[in-house]
Design a protein around this ligand. Structure first.
Ligand code: C5P
Length: 314
């Protein structure tokens, strides 16, 4: 096989509880990740050297060099497979990879789009090189690439601890939730939002983060109404303080009957839980008509993690 494409979901955080700043510059988290149907596609093929090409939503804002998270994932997997003796091998096998990313997940939007692309690159190269790593092995490599990359490999709904990379799949009812995402006109860099949270907290003592029992119970029951009320995000206050227009977006969604309204991750995307597929459409139309965001889209969750897709007919 010379070309492999993987599809990978965006993530939202149903809960994001942020603990104290650690000595390594990260924060201890307890988070409930939820993968949604909004997805990027990443294609890899053998090449003389590693390259990356990006097209689609926000492509011009994605770094195209060695800083690209998907290329860092390729290097990390190459290092692991070299140790195992399962990587790109043989006299005819060029060690480089050409990565092509087709983006629908906006960049720096709180949806872990860069992490998603890294996860897709791992899954696709695992297939391209026939490296034979299990999903668990790939999650371990992913954890070294970024805090949200392992979840993009796993997908579904999962509890994340540590930096967010220590994952346990959540026990959930087989429900499908209907989300509306409101994309903002602008970006919020994740480190800056964490930094603002630390400043807002000042010298006050920060407790260890705790999983919301009510949120987990709502997920086990598959109860969208309870889920909507239990959504929570410690990064919402700092995101709003850096991007005050988000307050208006959240209020508008609540007024249009959303079961819950929340800033997604470090923002600035806002997410709204709808009662049904048709309510999601009504909500999306109302939000875009109200002029409180750049654009809106609907998505369902949970969605599967990064997976290879069959070659598309040309
Ligand atoms: O791991 P990742 O590169 O996605 O993290 C981006 C930045 O977000 C980190 O450099 C850090 O500033 C912040 N972060 C954090 N605590 C976490 C995850 C991320 O402070 N648990």
């Amino acid at each position: 096989m010379t070309t492999v494409t993987a599809r990978v979901p965006a993530k939202i955080n149903l809960q994001l509880a942020v603990g104290p700043l650690r000595p390594d510059g990260y924060h201890d988290l307890v988070t409930v990740f939820h993968a949604i149907s909004l997805a990027d596609e990443v294609t890899v093929s053998r090449a003389e050297a590693d390259t990356v090409t990006v097209s689609g939503e926000g492509a011009e804002q994605v770094p195209a060099g060695k800083d690209n998270l998907a290329l860092r994932a390729v290097s990390a997997l190459r290092a692991v497979t070299a140790v195992r003796g399962t990587g790109p091998s043989g006299p005819d096998a060029p060690a480089g990879v050409a990565v092509t990313i087709s983006k629908r997940i906006p960049v720096a939007a709180g949806l872990a789009g860069g992490s998603a692309d890294a996860a897709a690159a791992l899954v696709a190269c695992n297939e391209l090189w026939r490296a034979g790593l299990s999903q668990q092995d790939l999650c371990e490599v992913a954890a070294g690439v970024g805090s949200d990359v392992a979840f993009a490999v796993l997908g579904g709904t999962a509890v994340g601890r540590g930096r967010g990379e220590r994952l346990t799949p959540a026990l959930v009812a087989p429900a499908r939730y209907h989300w509306v995402l409101a994309f903002a006109d602008g970006q919020l860099p994740t480190p800056a939002v964490y930094g603002t949270l630390d400043r807002l907290r000042g010298a006050s003592r920060v407790m260890a983060p705790e999983l919301s029992a009510e949120l987990m119970s709502a997920l086990r029951a598959g109860d969208a109404r309870r889920l909507g009320q239990a959504l929570g995000n410690d990064l919402q206050a700092p995101a709003i303080s850096m991007f005050p227009a988000l307050r208006k977006t959240l209020t508008a969604g609540r007024e249009f009957g959303a079961l819950g309204a929340l800033v997604s991750g470090s923002g600035p995307t806002c997410l709204f839980l709808a009662r049904s597929a048709s309510h999601a459409t009504d909500l999306a139309v109302a939000l875009s008509g109200a002029g409180v965001c750049r654009s809106v889209t609907r998505a369902t969750g949970p969605a599967p993690g990064a997976a290879v897709i069959p070659p598309q007919p040309r």
